[in-house]
Design a protein around this ligand. Structure first.
Ligand code: 0RA
Length: 641
């Protein structure tokens, strides 16, 4: 039963606040999809990380429980439980009031201020129940909430206690509300990767992750005493290193700066920005400060060492960063973010301070490590050469693009010119390409056959990439150009097809070709994937034809097993497809081209930060055949294929 104070002014404010959160959850946690759901975990964990940053907590445990709830505990000081305004304990205010802060502010660097850190009260409002145990002052204090509303009676205005303890710390458990979220199963992969990242950013912290949902529970401990340097090692573990990781550190104007960087033998840069442990997907002032200062320092060295002659222009920033992986992490007492998504740091002092630290500390390192310096300058020189070669190719390509792309290569284009209705199939091999051209709906489906393996763009320089015939044909056919480190000519509004569908055999070679194509898109046309235009066709492995009745296509071995189990008494013939080339046009139409029966996998970009392998970054969700889909969602008019 709710106790008397449910009816006080404080409680009414709480109810209004919770109502607002439940009415518009997206405003507080971004979305109610799996992403928003996982966000709840980080929201609670971030509070414990704040306690670590304040200097009082070195261990956090996160458990995904069997009943679908999540428990986060830390060994910090424990949230204060003393009586606060109008007889409400401080802890209860923290968990029920939006933006509780100010008086409870937990020291200098708060993770809050970004999209994150909206507070535990938001998690509480979006949970069926939340349970809080606080070990502090010799007692275990207890509070419990249902959909954000306390349902435990206070004792003389204080939280009831569950017994005595010598420990201190806070344990919060919550069960996400299925009335709010589209899915309620946390993603272990996403939670783990974020916890691991947090461990890299906080070398003094140990984070234990447990997943109790499986028959065999999982337990992993994340502790990364090497910090950012370890983070770089992990990110670059499958690349050829040109230098060891370099750490540049300093503190100015109350802002702590850490930059770790390493060069690998590849042709792209990867610079990540963090402010108060929060990843800034769109970078911001800390990144700008780093880039400006580093470019200046390196150009200075290049002139000093005669790598650049008097008549030469400076290296561009992108050239200096050719092959660089870097993490720029700042701890700022008052972070501000730009724009709606709050993924871009906006504080001008962050730029100034990072630049100052880098221009002071980097020379101290490179003066003593000339070998490393020379490697970096050699990488910039190589990039500059390539840029000049690439400028030529780019001009060629742009002039070629003016011609009708119908005449280009072997593209069999579709008749319809409305991009929203058009699809292009990239088909491996000439014979499958031929069948596909016959089988397709030529009104809306274009076929582009490509021969054999395409170039691995991870291992090739941009001039090689752009000189490759297959790649040129694709860029021309899509119509939107490409982007890379030195310039951005990509314009997604010019895309000529709504769906780009990779069609390769369901075998190892096919998978390899798929990976190469996806890598190409990811590096040079990432928006194609980001905006959901890239798909992989999933051709069947088998066709079974029973003696009576219609034939069915089966897409994997599991499906075949199931079919065998369910049709034990029936006789049927089994046809195994070795490749797309073996199908006649009719079969190809039914299995891979016809929107009503085919299966596609839409490619998405997952969390790229902790995956060194592109195939780990690119994930897919299955798009079922249109017929089934419409049937399944018959009542859900908003959903579109
Ligand atoms: C404000 C003051 C104090 C602790 C905390 C907040 C605190 C909050 C959280 C959230 C999760 N774990 C936490 N641990 C601590 C301490 C005030 C004091 O003891 O003087």
């Amino acid at each position: 039963m709710a106790s008397q104070e449910t009816y006080t002014g404080q409680s009414i404010r709480v109810l209004e606040g919770l109502e607002a959160v439940r009415q518009r959850p997206g405003m507080y946690i971004g979305s109610t999809s799996r992403k928003g759901l996982n966000h709840l975990v980080f929201e609670i964990v971030d509070n414990s990380v704040d306690e670590h940053l304040a200097g009082y907590c070195d261990r956090i445990c996160v458990t995904l429980e069997k009943d679908g709830s999540c428990t986060v505990s830390d060994n910090g000081r424990g949230v204060p439980v003393d009586m606060h305004e109008k007889g409400v304990p401080a802890a209860r205010l923290v968990y029920t009031t939006l933006h509780a802060g100010g008086k409870f502010d937990n020291d200098v660097y708060k993770t809050s201020g970004g999209l994150h850190g909206v507070g535990s009260s938001v998690v509480n409002a979006l949970s069926v129940w939340m349970d809080v145990k606080i070990c502090r002052g010799g007692y275990i204090h207890h509070d419990h909430y249902v959909r954000g509303v306390p349902d435990i009676a206070l004792v003389n205005g204080l939280l009831p206690t569950l017994g005595r303890t010598k420990e201190t710390g806070t344990t919060v458990a919550f069960l996400p509300d299925p009335e709010i979220f589209e899915v309620t199963r946390f993603s272990a992969t996403e939670v783990r990767s974020r916890l691991h990242e947090t461990a890299y950013l906080n070398p003094g912290l140990t984070i234990v992750f447990r997943d109790e949902r499986k028959d065999e529970p999982v337990e992993v401990t994340y502790h990364e005493p090497e910090g950012l340097v370890g983070y770089l090692r992990e990110m670059n573990k499958s690349s050829e290193h040109l230098t060891e990781p370099i750490l540049l550190e300093g503190r100015e104007e109350g802002i702590e700066v850490q930059v770790a960087l390493q060069y690998v033998n590849e042709f792209h840069e990867n610079v990540l920005g963090y402010c108060n442990n929060i990843y800034n997907a769109d970078g911001g002032t800390h990144i700008t400060g780093f880039k400006t200062a580093f470019t200046q320092v390196m150009n200075g060295y290049a002139r000093e060492l005669g790598v650049l002659k008097e008549k030469d222009a400076n290296f561009t920033g992108a050239e200096i960063r050719n092959g660089m992986t870097a993490v720029v992490s700042v701890k700022h007492p008052d972070p501000r973010f730009e724009g709606q998504t709050k993924t871009k740091l906006d504080n001008p002092d962050a730029s100034r301070v990072v630049a100052k630290v880098v221009s002071e500390v980097a020379p101290r390192f490179f003066d003593r490590n000339i070998d490393t310096l020379q490697k970096v300058l050699a990488s910039a020189e190589k990039a500059a050469k390539i840029r000049k070669a690439e400028e030529k190719v780019r001009t060629n390509l742009l002039t070629k693009q003016k011609f009708s792309f119908d005449t280009n290569g072997k593209l069999a284009n579709c008749i319809c010119k409305d991009p929203s209705k058009c699809e292009i199939f990239i088909v491996e091999g000439d014979s499958a390409g031929g069948s596909a051209k016959t089988a397709r709906d030529r009104n809306t489906q274009a076929i582009l056959p490509i021969r054999g393996k395409i170039l691995n763009v991870e291992k090739a320089s941009i001039d090689k990439v752009l000189a490759n015939a297959e790649i040129k044909t694709m860029i021309t056919a899509f119509g939107c150009g490409f982007s890379e480190g030195y310039g951005n000519d990509f314009d997604i509004s010019k895309l000529r097809y709504d769906k780009i569908i990779i069609m390769a055999d369901a075998d190892v070679d096919g998978a390899h070709i798929g990976t190469l194509l996806l890598t190409l898109f990811y590096r040079y046309m990432p928006e194609l994937i980001g905006e959901g235009h890239v798909y992989v066709a999933m051709p069947p492995l088998y066709k079974v034809v029973p003696q009576k009745g219609e034939g069915v296509y089966l897409y994997d071995d599991k499906a075949l097993e199931r079919y065998r189990r369910e049709h034990k008494t029936q006789k049927f013939t089994l046809q195994r497809y070795k490749g797309l080339g073996e199908m006649d046009p009719q079969q190809l139409w039914e299995t891979t081209l016809d929107p009503a029966t085919r299966r596609l996998r839409r490619i998405e970009i997952g969390d790229a930060r902790l995956s060194s392998d592109i195939t780990e970054v690119l994930m897919g969700t299955e798009v079922p055949p249109r017929r089934e889909f419409i049937y399944e969602h018959a009542r859900d008019a908003e959903l579109d294929v």
